[in-house]
Ligand binder design. Sequence first.
Ligand SMILES: C=C1C[C@]23C[C@@]1(O)CC[C@H]2[C@@]12CC[C@H](O)[C@@](C)(C(=O)O1)[C@H]2[C@@H]3C(=O)O
Ligand SMILES: O=C(O)CCC(=O)C(=O)O
Ligand SMILES: [Fe+2]
Length: 388
Amino acid sequence: MVAAPLTPVRPDCIRPIGLPVIDLTRKRSDVVDLIVRASEELGFFKVINHGVPPHVVANMEAEAFTFFAQPPSEKLKAGPPNPLGYGCKNIGFNGDTGEVEYLLLHTNQASINHRSKTISKDPNKFSCTVREYVEAVKDLAVEILELVGEGLRLSDPKKLARLIRDGESDSVFRLNHYPSLISTTTTTTNNNDTVDKDNNNNNNNNNNSSSSSGRDMSSQQGWCNVVNGGGVSVKGVIGFGEHSDPQILTLLRSNDVVGLQISLGDGLWAPVSPDPDSFSVNVGDALQALTNGRFISVRHRAMVNPYRSRLSMVYFGAPPLHARIAPLPETVTAQTPSLYRPFTWAEYKKAAYSLRLSHSRLDPFRTVEVFVDDDDDDQNGFHGLNHL
Ligand SMILES: C=C1C[C@]23C[C@@]1(O)CC[C@H]2[C@@]12CC[C@H](O)[C@@](C)(C(=O)O1)[C@H]2[C@@H]3C(=O)O
Ligand SMILES: O=C(O)CCC(=O)C(=O)O
Ligand SMILES: [Fe+2]
């Protein structure tokens, strides 16, 4: 007889919910309110009518697909990730893995120029395309942070935006490629623990519409293929495991293949519908600290689509290394005392890289012990908010 587990197992469960979609051309005061509310309640929202020119996005996507379609021998010239550069399946330095290959770039122009030489046969074209894209999404991130500054009624409403606008900002840009399973592995039902245990996950990764680039990459040859010995299931394969982003603000755009999920806490995951014309925005750890826990650094993950390759282009807006991160005075009151001790971005980044992907990296920077309520009586799906 098999002994019952001591703690109840909570299988992952997909809960499709309406996620906030904010039209940036609406009345400014409405946009401000919507952004603040979404950042407080979820730490996530989508923006439409954002002003990033479609050709800038299309050019970046085309360069990314061209890179990932190459044979492994070519791609490996841009690696190994230190953490910048090309990486395949290994994420960070502490043993995290996922069914993803990626390029991680610093947004500093000199760094982009240097890296482009190992990434592209036409380095000038590649670096110009990245520069244009990064400039455009940075402008969008700056605009969003200015709106946030207004919403938080900061005495200097542009203070947050300046952190990422700074010429010395430590912002990074990441291209993630999740090959479809049919292009990489022989699928089996001899499962391992990356498989979701809940049938609700069926087809949550399916999307039969055509790619925004008009290209189905499932037959591409370039995935650094490892023949599947352990066995993966056609459902629920993790591309990029659960984590929060350490920076201030993340702007993600993907092709029209579903994959990104945000955590609602308590094993509940909300799939983000892929809309190539929108950007997904999420609050990062640094913004959670700056807002004294008022905004939530949302935990999220990316699943592999069994049938279609997915590409995400992710800008992580970060402050300069020497910038001091501490709860903004406007967010600290007698009722809401400071939750985090001051730290520099360099200090936080170092700590982040010493930890696994899934760690709650802000916890060691808290001024008070974290209380985790493990009761099961929370019905609203936002149980995870008590990680604040
Ligand atoms: C496992 C890791 C990879 C990561 C650094 C870390 O030690 C923990 C945070 C990870 C993350 C998540 C968001 C971004 O994709 C990223 C570039 C970042 O700044 O923090 C990655 C790091 C990485 O892949 O190098
Ligand atoms: O590809 C995605 O949808 C998520 C990627 C991500 O979370 C990251 O790069 O930090
Ligand atoms: Fe992320």
